[in-house]
Design a protein around this ligand. Structure first.
Ligand SMILES: Cc1cc2nc3c(=O)[nH]c(=O)nc-3n(C[C@H](O)[C@H](O)[C@H](O)COP(=O)(O)OP(=O)(O)OC[C@H]3O[C@@H](n4cnc5c(N)ncnc54)[C@H](O)[C@@H]3O)c2cc1C
Length: 384
């Protein structure tokens, strides 16, 4: 792996950092408090204008073709300021990548320019159900062929951005008699299609500005050509695309962890107890050393996974390792950063209270840490 960034990657990282510092950081606490969707969507629109919703999408479809490394760098910078904005950006990129990977030429020409230009505010990735979370192949949503249409029925749970997304990628069972995971297909569904109900946003612990909704399909008819990637071939696609998404979520976790440690590091240099700055105490210095070392290791794992993906090589294990490590270490970093600040860490006036809530879900969504270990160990055992 080449460890130095290209000029374009540095430019994208700088652009993301600047936008995050000037536009996202000043409103992140307010968004957490009020979930003001006008401000939130306005920020997303500006990010779209800068090219951040099609980072891995070919120029012919309106994307910037910057690659997975640039995607990882951008998501980290955005998450340093606002995790809610980062997760929305990550998921919309992921939806666009699904369409690019398995959509027909017509799908790509119709939907990708809309996602990349902001004509569509976001995309939503509809996989999870109440009975199918870590085990999505156990899904119950069905898609039944009826003449020239498929009829979708079922409920998807915890869907990021569903309340404002204009297009959904949806997984549903098309052959209930097939072995587990072999009878699932993927559909491209416009949010305005009759038969779709998006419930009100869940009340969450963190990342509150990013809506998470239940999406119900009730006799929702989509044209036959809404099917992407071939009938009953959808589950392998979901597994592959989730691996790419994990680079996004690991990068997001890294951004939150860095924001937490950067804030606490400054704080302990200023704050005095026992007539000296807290940073004089070796016990606290060692927390800095340990946490920054772990975050740097997370960054390298993410870069390796992203680089491997860019090379077109199998990257599932690398993405799971990076997501597992980044999410766990970012959680530890936020916990320790809060502790370094004492009572102030626990008070809403300071950002640690929010960051510690925002980071928690990174070891849960797009596959829990336990599921990353299942994937990694399965791959390790296959290798011998
Ligand atoms: C804020 C938020 C946003 C989300 N956004 C989306 C989205 O946009 N699209 C989407 O499709 N989904 C989304 N999800 C769903 C998310 O991916 C799932 O919540 C996650 O995969 C875990 O599934 P579950 O909640 O059903 O937990 P469960 O599967 O019930 O797991 C419960 C616990 O059991 C453990 N466990 C389960 N199986 C095993 C095993 N084999 N070995 C060891 N431990 C195991 C898990 O690790 C976990 O600790 C989102 C969730 C949240 C909270």
């Amino acid at each position: 792996m080449n460890l130095s960034l290209t000029e374009e990657q540095v430019m994208i990282q700088d652009m993301a950092r600047k936008f995050a510092e000037t536009e996202l950081a000043p409103v992140a606490a307010e968004l957490d408090e009020t979930q003001n969707q006008e401000i939130f969507l306005n920020n997303l629109a500006q990010l779209t204008e800068l090219g951040f919703m099609g980072l891995n999408i070919k120029a012919e479809y309106g994307g910037v073709e910057a690659g997975s490394v640039a995607f990882s760098l951008a998501i980290t910078e955005i998450a340093r300021a606002c995790a809610s904005t980062a997760v929305t950006t990550s998921v919309t990129n992921m939806v666009a990548e699904v369409i690019q990977a398995i959509g027909s030429e017509e799908h790509k020409q119709t939907y990708l320019p809309k996602l990349c230009s902001g004509e569509y505010k976001a995309g939503a990735f509809c996989l999870t159900e109440s009975g199918a979370g870590s085990d999505p192949a156990g899904m119950k949503t069905t898609a039944e062929l009826d003449g020239d249409e498929f009829i979708l029925n079922g409920n998807k749970l915890y869907i990021t951005s569903a309340s404002f997304a204009d297009v959904f990628v949806v997984w549903a069972v098309t052959d209930a008699s097939a072995p587990k995971g072999k009878g699932i297909s993927c559909f491209l569904v416009e949010a305005s299609t009759p038969g779709i109900t998006v419930s009100k946003a869940e009340e969450k612990m963190g990342q509150k500005a990013s809506p998470t909704n239940e999406v119900s399909f009730s006799n929702c008819r989509v044209p036959k050509n809404a099917l992407m990637g071939g009938e009953n071939k959808g589950f392998a696609v979901a597994v592959g695309e989730l691996a790419g998404g994990r680079i996004g979520i690991g990068s997001l976790a890294l951004g939150i962890g860095l924001a937490a440690m950067d804030y606490a590091r400054e704080y302990i240099k200023e704050r005095k107890q026992f007539n000296q700055p807290l940073s004089n105490f070796q016990g606290l210095q060692w927390k800095l050393a340990d946490r920054y070392t772990e975050l740097e290791a997370a960054r390298l794992l993410l870069m390796q996974a992203a680089y491997t993906k860019e090379q077109g090589l199998p990257f599932g294990k690398a993405a799971s390792m990076a997501k597992l490590f980044a999410a766990e270490k970012a959680n530890t970093a936020c916990y320790d950063a809060l502790q370094l600040m004492g009572g102030a860490g626990y008070i809403k006036e300071y950002p640690l209270e929010r960051l510690a809530r925002d980071v928690r879900v990174t070891s849960i969504y797009e596959g829990t840490s336990e599921i990353q270990k299942v994937i990694i160990s399965r791959e390790l055992l296959k290798e011998i």
